[in-house]
Design a protein around this ligand. Sequence first.
Ligand SMILES: Nc1ncnc2c1ncn2[C@@H]1O[C@H](COP(=O)(O)OP(=O)(O)OP(=O)(O)O)[C@@H](O)[C@H]1O
Ligand SMILES: [Mg+2]
Length: 478
Amino acid sequence: MTKLLDQLEQYRPLGKFEFTPQAQGRLTRLVGMTLEAVGLNISVGHQCEVIGLDGRRVEAEVVGFAHEKIYLMPIQHVEGLRPGAIVRPLGEHNGMRIGPDLLGRVINGLGQPLDGKGSIGGEDFLDFTPELINPLNRNPISEPLDVGIRAINALLTVGRGQRLGLFAGSGVGKSMLLGMMTRFTTADIVVVGLVGERGREVKEFIDHILGEEGLRRAVVVASPADDAPLMRLRASQLATRVAEYYRDCGKNVLLLMDSLTRYAQAQREISLAIGEPPATKGYPPSVFAKLPQLVERAGNAEAGAGSITAFYTVLTEGDDLQDPIADAARAILDGHVVLSRRLAEEGIYPAIDIEASISRAMPNIVDDTHLKCMQRFKQLLSVYQQNKDLISIGAYTQGADRETDIAIERQPHLRQFVTQGLKDSVPFAASRQQLDQVMMPAMNAGKAAAAANGGVNPQQAKPAVNKPANGGALAAGR
Ligand SMILES: Nc1ncnc2c1ncn2[C@@H]1O[C@H](COP(=O)(O)OP(=O)(O)OP(=O)(O)O)[C@@H](O)[C@H]1O
Ligand SMILES: [Mg+2]
């Protein structure tokens, strides 16, 4: 055998004729967005290029197989491909160059520039395949992150490494709020993923909401609604990957993903196209498996490294908080900020529904007084809401219930506290101080009421709504 090889060696062409044989398959079918190919034995997740007979190249990813057939999803549009087109696997490592130059840039899901500012360089190579962190090695959430929004800093304090959902219907102010956070946060770097939104909005977000100031320390990964679903998925993953890169460089990163719902919808399109049966409201089961895979990548890294604090917007269609994606997201995130259409209609921006929102990390990262002020704030809002109908028709007489009196007196201050101008940043310390100022009269009044009640908290003693001035003829409601 060795002898034969030695004999053959003399026939090996020298230098320039050397080549490495490469496997390639053929395109046999294209239905909707799914490509079928034969002649390749490669695994799921592998990248390929499909070369049309006119030389046009379309990048695609293996998403499934059946017997000798492999199913691929294109990343770009497939116009121009014909039966028999060559399908060639790409190398194992796909990624992009990265470094400080990436700040201020807008890229697509493949890491290619969209902003016309030239190619992207950098001293590091970012492999798109993520490295997983052992959950037991992650740093706990122990410090607050200043996001520059008073209501969030004071009442829904966000911890470094926390992952929150921003739940809202369409047009309630999600993008504006994310833009404010990008400009005002003290995080070192902001990574914004704009996934599946209207193309016009991408430009508007970058030019008007982010502005030059916001963009300076931000990286935007954008994939509008008319991109192929795989491209939208890639954009969400790349935004997370870029955030991971900066976190591993020791930076505190704020990752803003608009939106998680569109990510789930892109995944739904792909799964349905390759024949996975739908389960909940048209979403196949794999969608619910993919959500935590993305979200779990944010958070703190091992001791000494940086952090990724993340906000994922979740569209609640028809303002329905029970939407399956909203439900799944709520279960895997460490808190949720709910935007209310009612508040937006009243012109209260940011339209944060404080009662419906919660930061699960807050008790671990703020002091007792801060926590008590926040709880009292929520109590007063809730008492006011319960009695709102009575108050608005004048059926409540002052003095009927002490808690309600305090809630009515404080209501304008509480509203004022939540309201914040688009251009006004309120740092963490100022938010905290203003919360004290607005709550101290109510805290003192609450203590006095408790003392008069023999030490019982007036909230627990009796709900204010049980004692309306009109003898209880009217039901209280929101
Ligand atoms: N802080 C704010 N101050 C004043 N107006 C605001 C504020 N936030 C939102 N708005 C108003 O609400 C509109 C919709 O806001 P925005 O685009 O942020 O909503 P959205 O929830 O991102 O919508 P979509 O679901 O369409 O993406 C804005 O055009 C603006 O008129
Ligand atoms: Mg928006």
